[in-house]
Design a binder for this molecule. Structure first.
Ligand code: ADP
Ligand code: MG
Length: 267
C-alpha cells in the first residue's frame, strides 16, 4: 500500500473522457461522450433525469464496475494516462479520483474522526497516527467543517446535521488527497443553508482539486462551475452531450435551442 506523502496535497489533474459509451446489458445509455475537464476547474454536468449523467460520472473513476451488467467503451485519461489501462488498479483510480454522493452517507455510529480516516482504508492507503491527525484536520478544514467539529471529533458522525454530514463525506473523500473530486447531486438532499455551505466549499476547492459536479440546480451550476456540459438522451437514443462550454456561454449565449430551453427551465 502506498504511504500518504507528508507534503502538501498534490496538484489538481486534468481528466479527459474520449468517446465514452456505456451499456446496462443491451441498453446503451451513453454514446461516444467526449469532454475535457481541465485541472482545477469545476465542470457541471446538467440535463434531464435519465440522460446518463450519473453513469458518465461513475465511468470517470470506474465506479460503474460495481454494477453488474454495466459495460464500458472508450477512454478516460487522467493527466494523459488511461485509467482503464491494465497498469491502473481500481484502487489507483479511487485514490486519485474521489467521489461524493447525493445522499450523505457517513458511517453514522463511527466517530467523526474515524469517518474521515475511513477514506484512507477504503482506498488501501496507510498512514501513521500522527499523519492521520494531520489529515483529519486538513481534510475537515478543506471541507469547511473543522471549526464546527474540532471539539467533538469522538462523537458519532450521525449526530451531525444533514449538511454537516455531507461536508464530512467531502472530508472523507479529501483525506486521500485526490486530484479530482466527482460529486453526484451533492446538495439535492440538503436545505438551502446547507446547500450554500457546500457550494462555498466547492468554490474553495476549485484550484486545489478538479471538480466534476452533477446538478439539477441551474443557479448552482451558474454559481460554482467554470464550464458546463448539457446532457440529453432524446427518445430512444443513448445519452450524449448536446453542448458544452464556459458556464457564462451556456447560460448567456447557448448555441443549441435545446440548451436554451433547458437552462431556462422549459423542460
Ligand atoms: P441521470 O443521472 O442523468 O439521471 P443515469 O446515469 O442514472 O441518469 O441513468 C441513465 C440510464 O441508465 C437510465 O435509463 C437508467 O434507467 C439506466 N440505469 C442507470 N443505472 C442503472 C443500473 N444500475 N442498471 C440498469 N440501468 C441503469
Ligand atoms: Mg443521476
Amino acid at each position: 500500500m502506498p504511504p500518504v506523502p507528508a507534503t502538501a496535497a498534490p496538484a489538481p489533474a486534468t481528466l479527459e473522457a474520449r468517446a465514452v459509451s456505456a451499456w446496462f446489458g443491451n441498453h446503451q445509455v451513453l454514446s461516444r461522450v467526449s469532454l475535457t475537464m481541465p485541472a482545477g476547474q469545476v465542470t457541471a454536468l446538467i440535463g434531464p433525469s435519465g440522460c446518463g449523467k450519473s453513469t458518465f460520472l461513475r465511468t470517470l473513476n470506474r465506479m460503474h464496475e460495481m454494477i453488474p451488467a454495466a459495460q464500458f467503451g472508450g477512454e478516460v485519461l487522467f493527466e494523459g494516462e488511461d485509467i482503464y489501462d491494465p497498469s491502473w488498479r481500481l484502487t489507483d483510480a479511487r485514490r486519485r479520483i474521489g467521489m461524493v454522493f447525493q445522499k450523505p452517507n457517513p458511517f453514522p455510529a463511527m466517530s467523526i474522526y474515524d469517518n474521515v480516516v475511513a477514506g484512507l482504508r477504503l482506498t488501501g492507503t496507510r498512514a501513521s497516527r500522527r499523519t492521520k491527525d494531520e489529515l483529519v484536520e486538513e481534510s475537515l478544514t478543506r471541507a469547511g467543517l473543522w471549526k464546527e467539529v474540532r471539539d467533538r471529533l469522538r462523537q458519532p458522525g450521525g449526530v451531525l446535521s444533514g449538511g454537516q454530514q455531507q461536508r464530512l463525506c467531502i472530508a472523507r473523500a479529501l483525506a486521500v488527497r485526490p486530484r479530482v473530486l466527482l460529486m453526484d447531486e451533492p446538495c439535492s438532499a440538503l436545505d438551502p443553508t446547507s446547500t450554500r455551505r457546500v457550494e462555498e466549499t466547492i468554490q474553495e476547492l476549485a484550484g486545489q482539486v478538479t471538480v466534476v459536479i452533477v446538478t439539477h440546480n441551474m443557479q448552482q451550476a451558474a454559481r460554482v462551475s467554470h464550464q458546463c456540459a448539457f446532457f440529453l438522451a432524446e427518445q430512444g437514443t443513448p445519452g450524449g452531450i448536446v453542448e458544452h462550454g464556459p458556464t457564462e456561454n451556456i447560460f448567456g449565449t447557448p448555441k443549441d435551442q435545446r440548451t436554451a430551453d433547458y437552462v431556462a427551465g422549459r423542460f
